[in-house]
Every structure is written in C-alpha cells, then in structure tokens.
Design a protein around this ligand. Structure first.
Ligand SMILES: [Zn+2]
Ligand SMILES: [Zn+2]
Length: 152
C-alpha cells in the first residue's frame, strides 16, 4: 500500500478526491434501482470516510434502498458525474464510483448484491469472492468488510 496522497478527479475536474489507501472492497450491485440510476449495475470502491477527502461542489439525492434505509447519492454539481454514495446502514463508509478512481484501479468486483438480477448476457466475474442472490445479507456486508479487507 502506497502511503503518498493520491488525487482523483471527476470528469470535469471540479470534484477532487484525495486518498492514500487502497479500497477495502470492489463492490457491485445489480438491483433494479441501480440499473435505473446508473444505466447498469453500480460499480463502487468501498472506503471508510477517514480514508478519503472529497472536495468540490455537489448535489445529493437520498433514496430508500432495498434494506429500507437511506442511501445518499452524491454527484458533481458541474458535470453531474456520480462521485460517491453514503449508506445509512453502514455508517462511516463511503462508496466511491469506480470511474472516479479509474486511473488508479481497474475495477475487479469481489462482492456483489442481487446477483439474480445480473443481466442475462453478463457472466459472473472471475474476481468474485462473495456473491449474494439478493440483499438479504446486506447487514452482513459490514462484517464482511472487516473480515474481507481486500487491500493488498
Ligand atoms: Zn443496487
Ligand atoms: Zn465534475
């Protein structure tokens, strides 16, 4: 794990994310909401809030996820790119959209939710470690994060 501060930018450059740690997890969700919101499955890197410093002007939209608790979707005010989501269910965690860090990490999903909803033409990625057919075990993701820290 490199210790120097790295900087990621959104498409327009107005949003910046400074971070020095690798993501804890490469996480994917195939639920119906994600398919509508993100034009396909969501692909995010999981971090703790302490790991990242996010600057720029943003807009936030909150909605109820499959678990019944709120997700706070945040996007750049200027280019509209999805930057991160904060889930009420996992306080202190932040999901950074994979495009934000693409210059640093190739997205290789290790955990997926709603695998049953994966597109029929989309195969299960070889990198997948833990696959849940629905969100019934979402509460266990926090636990998983502690035990399955995917940092190298
Ligand atoms: Zn989803
Ligand atoms: Zn932007």
């Amino acid at each position: 794990m490199a210790s120097e501060i790295r900087e990621a930018k959104c498409f327009c450059g107005a949003t910046k994310i400074n971070f020095k740690n690798d993501p804890m997890m490469h996480f994917m969700c195939h639920c119906t909401d994600c398919k509508v919101l993100f034009d396909g499955s969501s692909k995010v890197f999981v971090y703790t809030e302490l790991d990242v410093e996010i600057s720029g002007a943003h807009k936030t939209f909150s909605y109820k996820g499959g678990s019944g608790s709120l997700l706070h979707l945040t996007f750049c005010s200027s280019c509209g790119m999805n930057v991160y989501t904060k889930p009420d269910l996992l306080e202190g965690m932040v999901y950074i959209f994979s495009g934000m860090l693409k210059q640093y990490y190739e997205f290789k999903p290790g955990v997926e939710l709603f695998a049953d909803h994966r597109f029929t033409w989309e195969n299960k990625p070889d990198t997948m470690i833990q696959s849940y057919s629905n969100n019934g075990t979402l509460e266990r993701i926090g636990e998983l994060l502690e035990n399955l820290d995917q940092r190298e």
